[in-house]
Design a protein around this ligand. Structure first.
Ligand SMILES: Nc1ncnc2c1ncn2[C@@H]1O[C@H](COP(=O)(O)OP(=O)(O)OP(=O)(O)O)[C@@H](O)[C@H]1O
Length: 582
């Protein structure tokens, strides 16, 4: 979808409201354009010596009516246009968010949070301001220009004189053609620099604790300073172009006024033009200097808005990598939720080296698989493929006999409760964090999940219990508590498949043993995958696979692998030795 269509689609959808807004402003300007003519007539009556007290009262009332009429109509039009601008902003933000939720992990991996925020804040606001202001000012300016010229002709100002005065104004379209693209390009650069600054701010704020513990504040200040300097440079370049453009427009207006005074003054001296008409002419020309400046403003803001619209357009055109088939199937029921992985080889998009090589694993329904391996051996990648955060090659992963690429994303992800190592907790209550997959879950259900995760004891210690708020304005949990809260969230989901990715690594060994015991009791008969560094976490699994550089190097039960005396046995010996030291 194209950027202009985003804007024009909105205008088309609300065209009648825009018409009311534009018509009100147009009517306001028609009223306003009467002003010089009335003053011209007043001057002529004054010159003829026929001005009576009654006429002064009449002229005063007419001028008052013009003022009130203009104020009411202009205010109403402006209100309408600003309201519509806000509606545009609201809709576009909603749409952007909906689009974001469809984009894949790869997109978010490549684009920082700050950059994405910048679309919501800077770009949408620039377009909204442009719509409301441009419409108000453009209607204002064009109606005032046209009516002023018409009124000048209607008042009897000679067409020749008018042509001489208006001629300098014809340079305006040429200026617009020249400056428009320059302003747009420079404005695009400002928006990009703003996005980079927001991204940098987000990163610096996120990493502020690391910065402080390393005493690295000067480096952080310098890095952020570079971003701010970049914005300043880009903005200065933009300001130079817009200022020059805006200065040249009134200059054209001033040349036109000089022509009026020269030629009009000559005609007045020689009696070809009444003093009243001369006054009206100069007032009209003064009156059109403001619209000329407004046109300049509008063109500036519109060019800036186009740069932002182009950026929004690019974002909306981003096609999600992970898509469903035309008729996606439902994931199988719990008792069929076995997993078959056959000949799975996978490299991350844009990379050559496969991270997983020819994996074949079978997890019958209700069984538990343990996956161990050194850091970087591909364990989490396998979890991401199971969830289709990245696409596995067709036919390589099946659940209940169905290729996961044929399942609807909602039902696939609904059938797997995934607990990552660093589960993110939202700034809301503990209850809402645990009941994330089922907001209506009963208190008992939330507590049962927390008990399974050995988290209930901690929660009971908080003054507000499950209503304790986490995050920015709430309690800060320890690493182990966060991990158990995230684990409770996974347990509450009660999905056919449970996938724990090193989810008990931050808890002590006694708590780990309890959690794993709870898990074995509660998940009896349900498919479970345990990814772990600590072998104690997988020793009860029905099968354990050992990964090295993306390949399965050993497989079997805990006892079989110990007997094999290979990598697993070696790791086990090292970990046992470590545990003995503890
Ligand atoms: N988004 C990505 N793009 C490219 N390469 C990636 C991406 N994510 C991970 N990798 C690479 O894939 C390999 C496997 O990573 P993965 O996270 O699956 O390992 P892991 O076994 O889970 O490690 P750990 O035990 O440390 O969590 C690593 O070499 C990593 O650098």
């Amino acid at each position: 979808m194209n950027g202009s269509r985003l804007l024009f689609g909105h205008i088309r959808a609300h065209w009648w409201l825009y018409l009311i807004g534009v018509a009100s402003i147009a009517a306001a300007n028609l009223v306003h354009a009467q002003f010089p003519r009335i003053l011209g007539e007043f001057t002529d009556e004054l010159q003829r010596g026929g001005l009576t007290a009654e006429a002064i009262r009449r002229y005063s009332l007419i001028l008052l009516a013009i003022g009130v009429g203009y104020g009411v109509l202009f205010g109403a039009g402006q209100y309408m246009n600003h309201r519509l601008g806000r509606r545009f902003e609201f809709r576009v933000r909603q749409r952007l968010f909906a689009h974001f939720t469809k984009l894949s992990e790869r997109y978010f991996g490549g684009n920082g949070v700050g950059k994405l925020l910048s679309y919501f804040m800077n770009d949408v606001t620039t377009v909204r301001e442009s719509i409301a202001n441009s419409l108000n000012q453009m209607t204002n300016a064009s109606v005032l220009l046209v009516t002023s010229v018409a009124m000048m002709l209607w008042s009897g100002i000679p067409a020749g004189l008018l042509a001489v005065c208006v001629l300098p104004l014809l340079s305006i379209p040429l200026l617009v053609i020249y400056f428009g693209p320059i302003i747009r390009t420079r404005s695009g650069r400002v928006q990009e620099a703003l996005a980079r600054m927001t991204e940098s701010a987000e990163e610096q704020f996120g990493g502020i604790r690391v910065t402080k513990t390393f005493g690295n504040e000067p480096v952080a200040r310098q890095r952020f300073g570079e971003r701010v300097d970049d914005i300043r440079d880009k903005q200065l370049q933009l300001v130079k172009a817009t200022s020059l453009f805006q200065a040249l427009l009134p200059f054209a207006g001033a040349v036109s006024l000089v022509a009026a005074i020269g030629y009009g003054g000559y005609l007045t001296i020689h009696g070809h033009l009444s003093l009243g008409l001369f006054v009206a002419l100069t007032l009209y020309l003064r009156l059109i200097v403001t619209p000329l400046q407004q046109i300049g403003n509008v063109i500036n803001t519109f060019q800036r808005a186009r740069a932002s619209l182009d950026r929004l357009n690019e974002l909306l055109a981003e096609v999600p990598d992970i898509r469903e088939t035309d008729s996606p199937k439902e994931a199988p029921a719990s008792e069929e939720a076995g997993i078959e992985i056959t000949g799975l080889t996978f490299a991350y998009p844009g990379t050559e080296r496969p991270v997983l090589v020819d994996l074949s694993i079978s997890v019958p329904p209700g069984r538990t698989l343990g996956i161990v391996g050194r850091t970087g051996s591909g364990k989490t990648t396998l979890a991401k493929l199971l969830l289709r955060l990245y696409d596995p090659p067709a036919g390589t992963i099946r659940i209940g006999g169905r290729d996961i690429r044929e399942l609807s994303l909602e039902s696939l992800r609904g059938s797997i409760a995934y607990v990552p190592q660093d589960g993110f907790l939202f700034s809301t209550t503990i209850r809402d964090n645990i009941a994330f997959s089922d907001r209506g879950a009963s208190r008992e259900k939330v507590e049962a999940a927390a008990k399974l995760a050995e988290f209930h004891g901690n929660v009971a210690g908080f003054k507000d219990g499950y209503d304790t708020k986490l995050g920015e304005r709430g309690v800060t949990l320890s690493g182990g508590q966060r991990q158990r809260a995230s684990l409770a969230r996974g347990f509450l989901k009660e999905s056919p498949i449970l996938l724990l990715d090193d989810s008990v690594s931050a808890v002590d060994t006694v708590t780990e043993t309890r959690i794993l015991g709870n898990l074995r009791r509660s998940r009896k008969g349900r498919t479970t995958i345990l990814i772990a560094h600590r072998l104690s976490a997988v020793r009860h699994a029905d099968e354990i696979v050992v990964l090295e550089e993306g390949r399965i190097v050993e497989r079997g039960t805990h006892e079989q692998l110990l007997r094999l005396g290979g990598v697993y046995a070696e790791l086990y010996a090292i970990q046992e030795e470590g545990a003995a030291y503890e």
